[in-house]
Design a binder for this molecule. Structure first.
Ligand code: SF4
Length: 434
């Protein structure tokens, strides 16, 4: 009996989920099976997430985007979190990560896996404190594993586990003296737990037990990068790369046990280091799908970090990242509201699309070519139809409409419209400007 997509693929079996993904991506089912068997594509779909519409993640496929949401101690409003979920689905996000750190997390998590067709991800280390109602230092290794089990039973499709941070990292961080230390929330919790208890990271020490839990429900492990750089100065440093080497080893162990794996990546990275980061991950982690947060290409734009991150996301995607975690304008400042969520999703849909074109994903440019054709003939309805956000495009044009005698143009150039002039010139028509 197959428990996971990876096990089925290795045995030469094409699952229903593989058939759906192959059809969506426009690639042969057998080719997709080979990619899943090699671990280069994952299909995160927990057996208990009945309503999921499966998606594949891997650089041979369209780039997918994830939307983070969830409650915090200061903002505990599940209705507003559900509003964000609905926006995310409507705008085409393929994945939602519930990062709730306050309130009744299980009810919300079960609502997500009970109603959402998108992939659902969580970070069980956050929930360990809440579920067991214990402070960090009182939690045991078994408590952490119990939380993973709980999330797996609740139908979560992928879990971020910071398995690569170990006691060795504690020495490394102290010795290396980073500019901004550890900025991963899960990573900092495990660092603190190890420091307080003197024990090894349970997600590393009991990795084989975790693999058994994940295998049973086909939960994909997203190997978290606890040492992802939180500023440009720390990018690609020894702490980040040392952890990445370990993530590569863990990827291999997971695949051998039939568990699907993606690897998480930075963070804050200067543009000129992004390609090297993607190639390192590809080489060290056996071409496992790479899931990046941004990366943000400058540290100085709070309020605009959906833009700094989308620039990095597009370049990362061009060089092989296949899963982009969105960033909103509220990054580094506050819990995002619904408007921030929308801005973040649109920025990352654009980044993912730009990456797909650059990677030569089949059919990725078709809509761009249709847009060019519509622009050539000044067909505004067709331009809206091709637009990534038709509503916004229409409302901007309508709010500043051109005068009636040149209504086919827009108010940017009016009768100086280059497209209009060229169409008329090539048709041997008179071009009136005044
Ligand atoms: S008026 Fe200018 S901006 Fe507008 S469609 Fe024509 S060339 Fe493009």
């Amino acid at each position: 009996m197959f428990y996971t997509q990876l096990e089925a693929a290795k045995e030469g079996f094409v699952t229903d989920e593989m058939k759906i993904v192959a059809q969506k991506e426009g690639i042969p089912e057998e080719r997709l099976r080979e990619l899943v068997a090699a671990g280069q594509v994952v299909i995160p779909c927990n057996r208990n997430h009945i309503c999921i519409d499966p998606e594949g993640i891997g650089k041979a496929l369209r780039t997918k985007i994830n939307v983070n949401l969830g409650t915090s101690r200061d903002v505990t409003d599940y209705d507003s979190e559900m509003e964000k979920v609905n926006w995310a689905i409507r705008l085409g996000a393929e994945s939602i990560m519930d990062l709730s750190t306050h309130g009744d997390t299980r009810i919300f998590r079960r609502k997500l896996t009970g109603e959402c067709k998108a992939m659902i991800g969580t970070v069980p280390v956050y929930d360990s404190v809440i579920h067991h109602k214990k402070d960090l230092a009182e939690l045991t290794a078994e408590d952490f594993l119990d939380t993973i089990r709980l999330h797996a039973e609740d139908g979560v499709d992928f879990v971020t586990l910071h398995c690569g941070i170990t006691r060795q990292t504690i020495d490394q961080i102290r010795k290396h003296k980073r500019r901004l230390n550890i900025v991963s929330r899960g990573g900092s919790l495990l660092f603190a737990w190890m420091s307080m208890t003197g024990q090894e990271n349970p997600f590393y020490e009991y990795f084989d037990d975790i693999l058994e839990i994940c295998r049973l429900h086909d939960v994909t492990i997203s190997l978290g990068d606890a040492c992802r750089p939180g500023c440009l100065a720390d990018a690609t440093d020894v702490c980040q790369i040392e952890e990445l080497v370990r993530l590569g080893e863990l990827t291999k162990r997971a695949r051998e046990k039939g568990v699907q794996v993606i690897v998480e990546g930075p963070g804050h990275v200067p543009l000129n280091q992004i390609q090297a980061n993607m190639e390192l991950e590809d080489s060290l982690c056996g071409s496992a799908p790479f899931y990046v947060l941004g990366p943000l290409v400058t540290d100085i734009a709070p309020g605009y970090d959906h833009i700094t991150a989308a620039i990095g996301g597009a370049v990362a995607g061009m060089h092989g990242a296949s899963f982009l975690c969105y960033v909103t304008p509220a990054e580094h400042l506050a819990l995002p509201n619904a408007e921030d969520v929308k801005e973040g999703i649109m920025a990352f849909k654009i980044a993912a699309h730009a990456a797909d074109i650059a990677r030569g994903i089949r059919g990725a440019r078709d809509r761009d070519d249709a847009m060019a054709d519509a622009r050539k003939v000044l067909d505004w309805e067709q331009q809206y139809a091709c637009a990534i956000d038709p509503e916004r495009a229409r409302s901007i044009r309508d709010s500043r409409a051109p005068e009636k005698d040149h209504s086919e143009t827009c108010s940017m150039c009016g009768k100086f419209c280059a497209v209009r002039s060229m169409n008329k010139a090539l048709n041997s028509e008179y071009i009136d400007i005044l």
